[in-house]
Design a binder for this molecule. Sequence first.
Ligand SMILES: [Mg+2]
Length: 328
Amino acid sequence: MTTLLDGVDAVLFDLDGVVYAGPAAIPHAVESIAAIAQPVLYLTNNASRTDAQVAAHLSELGIATTPEQVVTSPQAAMPLIAKHAKPGDPILVVGGDGITVELEARGYRVVRTAAEHPVAVIQGFAPHVGWKDLAEATYALHTGIPWVATNMDWTIPQAGGIAPGNGTLVSAVHTAVGRMPEVAGKPEVPIFTAAMERVGAATAIMVGDRLDTDIRGANRAGIPSVLVLTGIDQARTVLTAIAEDRPTHVIADLRELHTDYPETRETFERSTGATYAEAGRAAVRRLGAELTLVRAGEGADTLRAALHLVASSEFGPAAMRIDPALLA
Ligand SMILES: [Mg+2]
């Protein structure tokens, strides 16, 4: 039997849509994570919570977690700040505790106005961020100092629904200053580097539910990516994704980290010119740009077989005609 954890020396997890959804744990997440022998780390773009707050939330859900296992986007931003500032320097903060705790731990001085002559600006989400904060960042950035954003998520889920995220607030400043920040969080590489360095890992895998952050980021960082279908992205977006956003592996839920993950078998049928991919019981056929379900399988097997044929096709995802049965 081969599993996705074989030969891996650290397992990196996204949180929302993978470990929990809102306040509750995702089914099978708690026991599947507890059964992992390797170091486990959680990568979060949310800059409003500290590592200790995230660890406490996970521990409440039944996954005993230390703050050292949580890698936040403000933590990943610290090496970017360190390129431009030394301890004692004033840093203008747009954001909350998630950022100020990290800056103060490294000896930087937190300031909130341009009049305090900051040497850099760091911007992350906090619910109290308002126009005055964005205006102070803009005044400071007009002097030409470096600008670091924790992450560029356009939206952030809140109790009342979907709200503007840090990327949307960064965009307001970007429009006013005419340049873009350096970004630390997913899908950029610094947060993956921070996680790997923390445990000295060389062969990690990343498990996430979003193609445009978790999977794209892992691909950019050169780490195998595992899409779990308990969150945002599903068959339709997986099969039509650009190559940069294509996951290395797909699983239905976290139990499949521990079960046999057989290779997808590809065969070519000379008489018809069709190519077949089989994963478990599932079989999918590709003829030219046409992708057709032959036999449905269990769990994520059908999607694995279809994804294999999309990835090995000479046609781009936009040119392929995909059987609606594969997109459901
Ligand atoms: Mg997520």
